[in-house]
Design a protein around this ligand. Structure first.
Ligand SMILES: C[S@@+](CC[C@H](N)C(=O)[O-])C[C@H]1O[C@@H](n2cnc3c(N)ncnc32)[C@H](O)[C@@H]1O
Length: 320
């Protein structure tokens, strides 16, 4: 992927989430993502009105962006480092079906952002799509244009960035003071080992130098665990909540919750499963608590501080 990207080929099948979905499944996937962003952030549809939103790693579909626009967002900018290949006929069908589900008010906002008479045409002042640039590059461009966001969202993206630190810094540069970042992050091995019947933490046994080669620009998860994200948010001075979305070897935790409990969310079997592989884990994982090792997905809700020396002068209203 890295070599292709460097030679200017940005198209990949990675991120083509809708390819294997029926129309109904696509609609419900879009609905689920949008609902998750609202439910877990506590944002109401009224609070979306007039907001500037950035979606990172949107994949092969801007359905979530259109939902935000229909709810009253002023503008959504979608940034993806790659271009996820897609069937544009099917993409158009998804947007048309999405439009059908809206009430009159939402539909007229939807129509301001996208024209579907012939193909798919976005109104760039409402919905701007940037492919082929990572967030660091896109942020530099957006900042030079004076763009600032109230809300940044992503799903299944951060874990694919081998070292997300620079991405968090770039997101911080384009996020307004008091703005919110919502990232759903999968901390599992994406099934690379687990689906083959191996221990779900086998990926944490691979030596760093090998894993770096496996997981850089390859769509393979970065194997950062919850503690890493806690440290990153602390370093940025964000007020952050970490909702657990999954536990090793168990069904997803729905609704996601901040505290998972022994007995209710996991039992002795999960602890035994973790302890079984502990001696084989790479050094940086071996000493981690069982509570950290068992969390295999998070929904991060982080708020940028209102006041910071670098943000002086901004008079934007806080999202929440
Ligand atoms: C697993 S897909 C998820 C797509 C979509 N968010 C979804 O939930 O269906 C990951 C997406 O992140 C994009 N991506 C990977 N690395 C990225 C980066 N450094 N900056 C922006 N997008 C990136 C990929 O191109 C892909 O579209």
């Amino acid at each position: 992927m890295r070599r292709r990207f460097a030679s200017g080929v940005i198209e990949t099948e990675h991120g083509s989430s809708h390819r294997s979905k029926s129309l109904i499944e696509s609609l419900s996937y879009i609905e689920e993502q949008f609902a998750d962003y609202l439910v877990y952030s506590g944002l109401t549809p009224e609070q979306i009105e007039g907001k500037q939103i950035l979606e990172l790693g949107f994949g092969d579909n801007v359905g979530v962006a259109l939902k935000f626009l229909a709810a009253g967002a002023a503008r959504v900018v979608c940034v993806d480092k790659f271009y996820s290949s897609r069937d544009s006929q099917r993409e158009r069908e998804i947007y048309l079906a999405l439009r059908e589900q809206l009430n009159d008010r939402e539909r007229s906002r939807f129509d301001e952002a996208i024209k579907l008479d012939e193909g798919i045409k976005f109104d760039e002042t409402r919905l701007r799509v940037i492919n082929g640039r990572d967030l660091e590059q896109a942020a530099a461009m957006l900042i030079s244009e004076g763009v600032e966001f109230d809300l940044i969202v992503s799903r299944a993206v951060i874990e694919e960035i081998f070292e997300p630190k620079e991405v968090f810094k770039a997101a911080d540069r384009v996020l307004a003071p008091g703005g919110l970042a919502l990232h759903k992050i999968d901390l599992s091995d994406y099934g690379i080992f687990a689906d083959g019947g191996m221990h779900p933490l086998t990926f944490l046994t691979i030596p760093d130098w090998v894993y770096r080669r496996m997981a850089t620009d390859s769509g393979i998860p970065n194997r950062k665990l919850i503690g890493y994200y806690k440290r990153e948010m602390k370093e940025l001075g964000y007020a952050a909540r970490f909702l657990v979305t999954g536990i090793v070897g168990r069904d997803p935790v729905i609704p996601h919750k901040e505290q998972v409990e022994f007995g209710a969310d996991y039992r002795t079997e999960t602890m035994a499963l973790i302890e079984r592989i502990r001696p084989r884990l790479c050094r940086q994982f071996r000493e981690l608590t069982v509570e950290e090792l068992l969390i295999n997905g998070i929904f991060l809700v982080a708020q940028k501080p209102e006041k910071r020396a670098t943000s002086a002068g901004s008079n934007r209203e806080s999202v929440i």
